[in-house]
Design a protein around this ligand. Structure first.
Ligand code: MN
Ligand code: MN
Length: 470
């Protein structure tokens, strides 16, 4: 029999309790967390598309001594290399002391975020106004997008092959773009529709101009005026818009939220929050026995398909280059050997318990804002479909790394069992025969134009990724 007076000790010994970073951290740690988040916000403002994220990541990596892998003749422990895939995916590696065939330590995240793509024939005129037609990318709630300030970011390849980068709507003196919505006075029918039908994809048209050219013979005068502007400023003709990747993204920059400034509201935190924390971790981690890899992929929001997504063989190709430079065989067999002994983290966002929407969550199994990096054994949908699951052995290994390094962490799962769910890139890495677990950051209003995160979780994730690398 245990004496009643001992129960408090017993509770401490046996119970797993979530801890709030703000209650545990010293003033000095809090200060470091706030400073870290200033750099994160800066990254979010500079990297609103996957291309911009990769550009930004490479610029920082080169400053930290990373070299393009094609420039290397051989590799030794401590060397830092990177490779870019088609401007939208990036791998960074710090070579470890042990052989590559002992496996890698990989952290993967994605740098694409839900947004509106301009259609292939986007520009049109109606009622003397010029518009761009769009096709949304990723799982958005369409009613979020009208009436917010939008910026256009993109790359256009002109007829002569010249590449033009476009970014308009971010600076205070630049114009923004907008999708209009119906006034409530006439919205009686619209307001009775289910949210999913109130705004449909074909209505997400972006207003882009209203001054016509002065010639009565011209049929679409405002459209021609927009084309004239685009041609004068960038050399773009209408056909060039077909060989273009132009995205409409929220024009707002990353902002502190709340009196205490403990939260961040910003566009694209899914998943540049994990891209930033894993990049910072590989920059700051001490070189270790195993080779460290920070891998940024594109196309996660639409199923990881495509040559820049997690399902592409870019990783195989990169690892075979590492093997060749270490002169230890570079065939697929050797790459598979490396994968079989590799350990990976899929670093992506999860849902935080929102008091206003408690009914869709299992509160006991949902992450909370401010309670640290979130460890998710599996994601997926009803009945654990469309996901991988980390083994008991690997989960324990990760847990012990976190505990040894005194990192505040919590468990997570997305939604009630029968409610819905979501996937990550973990399953595509599991397919490559490596150990992988999801470890990321919980957000409020994921996939909305502005998503909310806790600065504590951002910093805790950075510390966790660094510990994993080391
Ligand atoms: Mn994500
Ligand atoms: Mn997402």
């Amino acid at each position: 029999m245990v004496k009643k007076s001992n129960y408090r000790n017993l509770e401490k010994k046996l119970k797993f309790t979530k801890r709030n970073c703000w209650e545990v951290w010293s003033d000095n740690e809090k200060k470091k967390a706030f400073a870290f988040n200033e750099k994160y916000k800066d990254f979010l403002d500079k990297a609103k598309t996957e291309r911009e994220a990769v550009q930004c990541g490479v610029r920082l990596a080169e400053k930290k001594g990373f070299r393009e892998i094609g420039q290397c003749r051989s590799l030794k422990a401590g060397d830092k290399v990177y490779e870019i895939n088609r401007h939208k995916s990036l791998i960074l590696a710090v070579i470890g002391k042990k052989s590559l065939s002992d496996g890698l330590r990989i952290i993967m995240s994605h740098v694409d975020s839900p947004h509106l793509d301009l259609k292939v024939q986007p520009l049109y005129e109606e009622e003397d106004l010029a518009y761009f037609k769009t096709h949304y990318y990723g799982g958005i709630k369409k009613y979020h997008w009208p009436t917010i300030a939008l910026a256009l970011h993109g790359t256009i390849v002109l007829t002569n092959g010249r590449k033009v980068d476009l970014k308009i709507g971010e600076k205070k003196d630049e114009p923004i773009f907008m999708i209009s919505d119906l006034l409530p006075h006439l919205g009686r029918k619209q307001l009775k529709k289910p949210l999913e039908e109130a705004i449909v994809g074909e209505e997400l048209n972006i207003l882009a101009g209203s001054i016509p050219v002065r010639d009565k013979k011209i049929k679409e005068k405002v459209k021609l005026a927009v084309l004239e502007y685009l041609h004068k400023k960038y050399g773009i003709k209408e056909e060039d818009l077909f060989s273009a990747e132009i995205q409409a993204v929220p024009a707002e920059s990353a902002r502190d939220l709340g009196f205490d400034r403990s939260l961040i509201a910003a566009y694209g935190q899914d998943d540049r929050i994990c891209a930033w924390t894993s990049l910072s971790a590989i920059f700051d981690a001490k070189p270790a026995d195993r080779t460290q890899i920070c891998f940024w992929v594109d196309r996660e929001e639409i199923g990881s398909e495509g040559n820049t997504g997690a399902q592409s063989i870019f990783l195989e190709s990169f690892v075979s280059k590492l093997l060749a430079l270490k002169k230890v065989g570079d065939g697929l067999k050797d790459v598979y050997q490396v994968f079989a002994f590799s350990q990976a983290l899929s670093s992506d966002v999860t849902a935080a318990l929102d008091p206003d929407y408690k009914d869709v969550h299992d509160p006991r199994n949902t992450a909370k804002l401010g309670y640290g990096v979130a460890l998710e054994k599996y994601t997926g949908h009803r009945g654990k479909s469309v996901t991988s699951e980390a083994s008991a052995e690997y989960t324990q290994e990760i847990r012990s790394i976190l505990n040894k390094n005194k990192i505040i962490w919590q468990t997570a799962s997305l939604g009630k069992v029968d409610e819905g769910g979501g996937g990550t890139i973990a399953m595509f890495m599991a397919k490559r025969n490596m150990d992988i677990i999801d470890m990321g950051i919980a957000l409020f209003n994921m996939h909305a134009p502005m998503e909310i995160s806790s600065k504590a979780d951002v910093y805790s994730a950075y510390l966790a990724y660094k510990a994993f690398f080391e």
